[in-house]
Design a protein around this ligand. Structure first.
Ligand SMILES: [Zn+2]
Length: 126
């Protein structure tokens, strides 16, 4: 059995000077793989960069419902290209968040559906 952290945010600025140590702590605790989650274009790219720096890290790409109001066609084309990266293993963090409503609900629904369609047309190589 492998221990995998399936949802971590080592791409956030709080880890800018601590990724090495965080990865070492995780490995010392028996975590063999870590999946760093993208929530917008910038931190999806950061997740991929980390995945290329550390063999144990993999990345996801996507737009969090809070950021769905900022989604655009150019970004989706870029996500399609990024999904070809062999270290990208999933779409996420996507979904709906009607608790905080940082993006209007109809926009969240529309962009969630777009991302599900994008994910549905993608073949994960992991
Ligand atoms: Zn998260």
């Amino acid at each position: 059995m492998q221990l995998i952290d399936s949802h971590c945010h080592l791409n956030l600025s709080a880890f800018n000077n601590d990724v090495d140590a965080a990865v070492q702590r995780a490995q010392a605790a028996g975590v063999e793989k870590m999946i760093v989650i993208g929530t917008n274009m910038a931190d999806s790219i950061k997740a991929i960069e980390l995945a290329h720096q550390y063999p144990s890290i993999y990345a996801t790409i996507g737009i969090h419902p809070h950021d769905s109001k900022n989604a655009d066609e150019v970004g989706y084309e870029r996500f399609k290209a990024l999904s070809d990266d062999p270290k990208v293993v999933a779409y996420g963090e996507i979904g709906l968040d009607f608790y905080r409503d940082h993006s209007p609900k109809p926009v969240q629904r529309r962009e969630f559906a777009r991302q599900l369609n994008l994910a549905g047309s993608w073949v994960c190589r992991w």
